[in-house]
Ligand binder design. Structure first.
Ligand code: KG4
Ligand code: ZN
Length: 373
């Protein structure tokens, strides 16, 4: 037997362990008398422990190391999140946990912990799709209504989605090979800039000439909203070989050229998505949300801001600590579902793959690495 939600706003604990951040958070979610979530919400606590140092020596996330680190840290992180929020388990209306997609060892750690907590405290438990956590964050931060466009750009996924409602998504475009963050990480690795690569590439690009290297804009001339980044990564490798030995300026110029190529592709695809949205919803406001670690990139953000301004859309980019993986986004997505009466109990299974739009055709590269999402 679980207790039904009674507080308004709802108070939900969220647990995230699907990649290399161990995180727990408590959020408040306002619900109208009709049962509609009104948003924005309030973050009472959001404790995030990054494992970057554990994985840096290997140049990427090592699943076994990640799972073990989650086991060691999670209990303390949950206790800290409750402590920071000034609440006990009994004060919660429910618990939410990332049940996929992600590295299965880490997902299992989070799910088992959440099940034990929910069972012991007799609370509802919601199995959250990690991607839905990213997708709904702008409702937590800005309280925006449905529908809206979402550009999800992280280490494991690159997608343009129409968000029509909770659990109601249409995937309009996706990468057919590497994710954008993956392209940043791989290019950084071959230029010896360390892990994670995105911030390092952006730092070097700041003093570089984006016009020095002529890199491709894959799929740009083609119809549709799909993207491709594997060829760009190869072009970076070839350019680096040709320009060897590269001095510091050459590295900066190559980073700037690479970043510009990515920004061109993303701006083009988002511009097209805005056109399609306008045709489908004439006269409706156009909100474009950007989520995922790559949203922290100022050059990319600048280009997307410009394309939104040109097309009369509003760009919403949650703050960087809510764009990267965190427990608050999972707590919020769980709260939205809890408000609709969802309780998954303790019988559900963790999933390594779990597309948001289950009806969309599987695409090469869609979570191919299964690492970050
Ligand atoms: O969202 P995130 O923390 O994890 C998931 O993938 O879910 O995203 C991490 C990715 C990494 O590939 C990282 O290199 C990239 O986001 N990233 C960036 C920047 N900061 C992080 N890429 C470009 N520019 C940045 N400033
Ligand atoms: Zn993520």
């Amino acid at each position: 037997m679980t207790a039904m939600p009674s507080n308004n706003p709802l108070r939900v604990l969220g647990i995230e362990t699907s990649c290399d951040e161990t995180s727990a958070a408590v959020v408040e979610c306002p619900v109208a008398a009709t049962g509609t979530v009104t948003g924005p919400g309030k973050i009472l606590s959001n404790v995030v422990l990054s494992q970057i140092e554990e994985h840096a020596a290997f140049g990427g996330v090592v699943p076994e190391i990640a799972a073990r680190a989650h086991v060691e840290a999670l209990d303390g992180i949950v206790a800290a999140a409750l402590h920071d929020a000034g609440l006990g388990l009994a004060d919660l209306d429910g618990i939410a946990v990332t049940a996929g997609p992600g590295l299965i060892g880490g997902v299992i750690v989070g799910v088992m912990t959440a099940k034990a907590l929910a069972f012991g405290a007799e609370k509802p438990l919601v199995a959250v799709n990690h991607l839905e956590g990213h997708a709904l964050t702008a409702r937590l931060t800005d309280g925006i209504g449905f529908p809206y466009l979402l550009l999800l750009v992280s280490g494991g996924h690159t997608q343009i989605l129409l968000v029509k409602g909770v659990g109601d998504y249409e995937r309009w475009g996706t990468t057919i090979d590497d994710a954008v963050g993956e392209a940043f990480d791989k290019s950084a690795k071959l230029l010896d800039l360390g892990f994670p690569g995105g911030p390092a590439v952006e730092r070097h690009a700041a003093s570089g000439d984006p016009g020095r290297f002529d890199l491709p804009r894959p799929l740009l001339g083609r119809a549709g909203l799909d993207m491709s980044f594997a060829g760009l990564k190869t072009a970076v490798r070839l350019a680096a070989e040709k320009a060897a030995p590269m001095d510091r300026q050459a590295v900066s110029d190559l980073c700037a050229s690479f970043q510009e190529a990515i920004a061109d592709v993303l701006a083009n695809r988002v511009g097209r998505a805005i056109d399609r949205y306008r045709e489908r919803f004439p006269g409706k406001p156009i909100n474009v949300v950007v989520a995922g670690g790559v949203a922290a990139n100022q050059a990319i953000k600048g280009r997307l801001t410009a394309i939104a301004a040109e097309t009369g859309a509003t760009l919403i980019v949650p703050p960087p600590h809510l764009c990267t993986d965190n427990g608050a986004m999972i707590a919020w997505a769980g709260a939205e579902r809890l408000a609709r009466g969802q309780d998954d109990g303790t019988e559900f299974s963790p999933r390594s793959r779990w597309p948001l739009d289950e009806g969309a055709d599987p695409t090469l590269g869609h979570g191919k690495q299964g690492v970050k999402v």
